[in-house]
Design a protein around this ligand. Structure first.
Ligand code: GYE
Length: 328
């Protein structure tokens, strides 16, 4: 009897707390959490995975954030869908790594009309109204490309002719546009440089391996290859694999493979001499995005554009200490 009364009391108490929404399960959302809707490009490269890891390590519940993360799988349309969902969910900030630059006016206007600040990471967008973007953090891709072409100028200063294969990244993306423009400009001012082939590697190893193998399958009728300018590390791995499978030597006295990002594996390739130059592109952008958000939370205006410091590595620059300390 006693037990029955106690059980009844428990049920009544539970019903009472459930009604006023005070039970443990029905705990209201902690409204001091900053909610971030993030639309990431995909997982196409080592760089991208390091970038995602950096974001996820900063925007944790322990740090006061609720992160709604969406992987667009390299499709811009998926980014639009995710952003519209974030707007409906009334997130506090929208963080976007835009795949390509064009086509953003409408969806970003919707975010602005909803009063949600948009922070761009890594890549940029091409919009008529600059006020659609609150801030951008990332790299100066033209400057990265120039580091590569400056190195080429020095390396081939006495060459009669320099034959270049150019493997591009995702067409219309900011890193592709910047790194391509730097090469194009350098080709214009170096009459001995010749782009003998230009292919789309979409920033992936698999695609580059495929297009390079196809190209090299006519090996006997091909001119000499001096440089393969790959717009990221993963493209360089695919290119090296294809070149070696056709008997080409990559490195000193062979083909100079250039890459961008300088992630850990590329540094190892470079140490072995297979990559002649790897230009750094820093993916650890989580802390910078957080500093933009903190600035806004303090009621201040963040810097509109923030570029990260970067360098470039040749085989002789790769020390064991560098490899041991590399975080991506
Ligand atoms: O270089 C490449 C990635 O946008 C900077 O995208 C980024 C580029 C990076 O897939 O590896």
């Amino acid at each position: 009897m006693k037990h029955k009364t106690a059980a009844l009391l428990m049920v009544l108490l539970y019903a009472f707390f459930a009604l006023c929404g005070c039970t443990k399960q029905e705990e209201p959302e902690k409204d001091d959490m900053i909610v971030i809707g993030m639309s990431q490009v995909g997982a196409e490269s080592d760089w991208r995975q390091a970038d995602t890891a950096s974001m996820k390590s900063v925007f944790t519940e322990a740090n006061g954030y609720r992160l709604l993360f969406d992987d667009a799988r390299q499709e811009q349309e998926n980014q639009f869908v995710a952003i519209r969902r974030f707007i409906q969910q009334k997130v506090d900030y929208i963080v976007v790594m835009p795949i390509t630059e064009d086509g953003w006016d409408a969806v970003l206007k919707e975010a602005k009309d909803a009063g949600i600040p948009v922070i761009l990471v890594d890549r940029m967008v091409n919009v008529k109204d600059d006020s659609l973007i609150t801030a951008h953090v990332g790299s100066d891709f033209y400057a990265e490309g120039k580091k590569a072409t400056d190195w080429m100028k020095e390396k081939y200063s006495n060459a009669e002719q320099v034959n270049i294969i150019h493997i591009q990244g995702t067409k219309g993306s900011t890193p592709q546009l910047g790194r391509t423009a730097a090469l194009d400009d350098a080709v214009k001012t170096n009459p001995k440089w010749k782009v003998i082939a230009r292919m789309d590697g979409d920033f992936t190893e698999a695609k580059t391996y495929e297009v390079m193998k196809e190209y090299l399958s006519n090996r006997d009728s091909l001119p000499q290859i001096d440089v393969v300018y790959c717009e990221n590390d993963n493209e360089a791995y695919g290119a090296i694999k294809a070149l070696e499978s056709f008997g080409y030597k990559c490195g000193k006295d062979g083909v100079s493979v250039i890459s961008f990002d300088a992630t850990y594996n590329a540094l190892v390739y470079c140490q072995k001499g297979k990559i002649a130059l790897t230009v750094e592109c820093n993916p650890l952008l989580g802390p910078l995005v957080e500093s933009v958000i903190k600035t806004i939370e303090e009621g201040k205006v963040p810097e509109k554009n923030r570029y990260v410091e970067e360098t470039a590595f040749k085989p002789e620059d790769i020390t064991e200490e560098l490899l041991a300390s590399r975080k991506y």
